[in-house]
Design a protein around this ligand. Structure first.
Ligand code: AHG
Ligand code: MN
Ligand code: MN
Length: 343
């Protein structure tokens, strides 16, 4: 008979991480619990779908020039509201806001900065495919100061915690505080998160890849070479058949990689010289990169670790190649061999 694993709740996991391994403070624990609570609220909104009129366009454009969906706006507001008053944050930043959102003066300001992609996979909202939320936690480098953009511009290596929620057949929360990546499943009836996988591990090798192949004509030579070799299958240079998956929600694609391995790519392409890649460094690539590294995988721009990139702006884009180490290293080697100088 199937026995669900219900022994460790999110709260217990965080308290034990705080008390035993002393990896997090009480303030950081509060922050993570508040983010988890906000994700739960977003999950309930997602679950209601058309019944509460949350589908469709919001009628606005965000700072990225992308049309906002109603759920992009709702999820952003849920995260802002949940995190404003607890005293644990100095400021927040989001895909859906031009600049930092300082904690209002009527509330105490704390020592952390929270960055998020409130709703990842927006093109999948209206077609009932898995979507999610991605978040990253940094320390406010100048205690007590009025938060500025420069305070956020820290490399991914400086993250104190990172995670994502997936609103799929189950609602999951995957989290790292520097002690591996742990997965919690939401019991939608009781509203509790339960640890369902500790120490997620990305296998070193894989036969599965994820890339939006409709961009193939824009790819750079090392990416073309790599994908051509995979597509050539058993009779090609790799001597093996590879399978392809592309959900078009980074949370769902990366969750598959964290669960059973694979390589996920949104590489630099030639569509727009001002946009080196599609995904945003600070609230997509960095948190996912840290989670994948914590699970034993690798996260690269093609030229080096994503987590070493020094951000120049809040909404900066970056090439993303992450997952099973052997494949990420192979594609990095192809970049080196091509003599590319870009970072
Ligand atoms: P967002 O919905 O937050 O803007 O992010 C969408 C991202 C990411 O989730 C996904 O991997 C990628 O965009 C999908 O891009 P394509 O539309 O090119 O497939
Ligand atoms: Mn996104
Ligand atoms: Mn988004």
């Amino acid at each position: 008979m199937f026995t669900p694993s219900r022994s460790v709740s999110l709260t217990q996991y965080l308290i034990e991480t705080q008390r035993g391994r002393q990896l997090i403070s009480a303030e950081l624990r509060l922050l993570l619990e508040v983010v988890a609570r906000a994700c739960k609220r977003i999950s309930y909104a997602v679950g209601k779908g058309a019944l509460t009129g949350i589908l469709g366009e919001a009628g606005n454009t965000n700072v990225q020039g992308e049309a906002q969906k109603k759920l992009d706006v709702i999820a952003n507001e849920v995260l802002l509201e949940a995190n404003a008053w607890g005293g644990h944050l100095a400021a927040m930043a989001s895909e859906e806001m031009d600049g930092p959102y300082p904690i209002p003066d009527r509330y105490p300001r704390g020592e952390f900065l929270l960055l998020f992609d409130p709703l990842d996979g927006s093109s999948n909202i209206d077609v009932n495919v898995s979507i999610g939320t991605i978040f990253s936690v940094l320390r406010m480098p100048e205690a007590g100061a009025v938060p500025r953009i420069e305070h956020f511009l820290q490399p991914g290596r400086a993250q104190l915690a990172a995670g994502y929620a997936v609103y799929g057949p189950s609602t999951l929360l995957v989290l790292t505080v520097g002690a591996g990546a742990a997965c919690f499943t939401l019991d939608r009836e009781t509203g509790s998160w339960w640890l369902t996988q500790d120490r997620m591990t990305v296998p070193r090798s894989t036969r599965e890849f994820a890339i939006n192949a409709s961009n193939a004509r824009h790819w750079e030579p090392p990416v073309r070479r790599y994908i051509d070799e995979l597509l050539a299958g058993a009779s090609g240079p790799r001597g093996a058949d590879f399978n392809m998956r592309w959900v078009a929600s980074m949370v769902a694609d990366v969750h598959r990689v964290l669960t059973r391995g694979g390589i996920f790519m949104y590489p630099r392409d030639a569509r727009d010289a001002l946009r080196p890649g599609r995904l945003r460094l600070m609230y997509e690539a960095n948190p996912m990169g840290l989670l994948v590294e914590q699970a034993g995988g690798a996260a690269s721009t093609g030229m080096g670790s994503i987590l070493e990139v020094q951000p120049a702006s809040l909404h900066q884009r970056v090439p993303v190649i992450l997952g099973s180490t052997e494949e990420v290293e192979r594609l990095e080697a192809y970049h080196r061999e091509s003599g590319q100088q870009l970072t």
